[in-house]
Design a protein around this ligand. Structure first.
Ligand code: PXP
Length: 245
């Protein structure tokens, strides 16, 4: 059965726009859980542009489903994760000038460092996922460094779907979908869990959800956007229905 991880960073983005205390991502987590979220995801960025330390502390105490901490592979973040012990950490690349995570981690280019970070997190009892592009070299490197899951970056697929007239039959969308599927098969063959995410929305999610062996989808922007109109609980409920049907 496929699970839905809801990324609530954008609730914190709205709060930080006014440097105030509302809306509170902790409230968002409760609403997302009531809508059927199987996992709550937050990205504690080094610049604290949306989620801040206080949020992660409170979410750790209050989230009743799985808590997934997205983070850069830095000593500071490893220290925070080992202290708070979320059920899962997803390691992502981080660039100061990016609007959101832009590409997958280059695991193959920094295997020694990644192995060290993955081991420290696993020693603390945390399940470790790596966010990578749909690239077989990166999948194999992820296995070598001890990752337990890979989250395949679905941004190129989402872009091709949109650019091809939101037509899943378009050649470009099919090519990108097949790349995600091939990466997923390699992940499973290497004994890791196949997750996917980034830029998935209510129009493009179903072909990804239908890929064999995909276990979790991690979705933020489209759910929080829909929540502005229908409320977060309902937005999560609708997405969950789509990915499970
Ligand atoms: N997965 C990862 C690793 C991410 O960095 C993000 C964005 O923070 C997401 C999933 C969710 O992407 P989106 O907000 O486009 O749904």
């Amino acid at each position: 059965m496929i699970d839905l991880g809801v990324n609530i960073d954008h609730v914190a983005t709205l709060r930080q726009a006014r440097r105030t205390y509302e809306p509170d991502p902790v409230w968002a987590a409760v609403e997302a859980e009531l809508g059927g979220a199987d996992c709550i995801t937050v990205h504690l960025r080094e610049d604290r542009r949306h989620i801040v330390d206080r949020d992660v502390e409170l979410l750790r105490q209050n989230v009743q489903v799985k808590l997934n901490l997205e983070m850069a592979a830095t000593d500071e973040m490893v220290g925070i994760a080992c202290r708070l012990k979320p059920e899962m950490c997803t390691l992502v690349p981080e660039g100061r000038h990016e609007v959101t995570t832009e590409g997958g981690l280059d695991v193959a280019g920094q295997e020694a460092r990644m192995k060290n970070v993955v081991q420290r997190l696993r020693d603390a009892g945390i399940f470790v996922s790596l966010f990578i592009d749909a690239d077989l070299q990166q999948v194999e490197a992820s296995s070598r460094v001890g990752a337990q899951a890979c989250e395949i970056h679905t941004g190129p697929y989402a872009h091709a779907f949109y650019a091809g007239g939101r037509d899943i039959e378009s050649a470009a969308a099919q090519t990108e979908l097949q790349k995600v599927g091939a990466a997923g098969s390699a992940i499973v063959e290497l004994g890791m869990r196949f997750n996917a995410g980034h830029a998935l929305n209510y129009s493009n999610v179903q072909p990804i959800a239908a890929l064999p062996n995909v276990r979790e989808l991690h979705i933020g922007h489209s759910i929080v956007s829909r929540a502005v109109f229908v409320g977060l609980r309902e937005a999560v409920r609708e997405m969950k229905r789509l990915i499970r049907s």
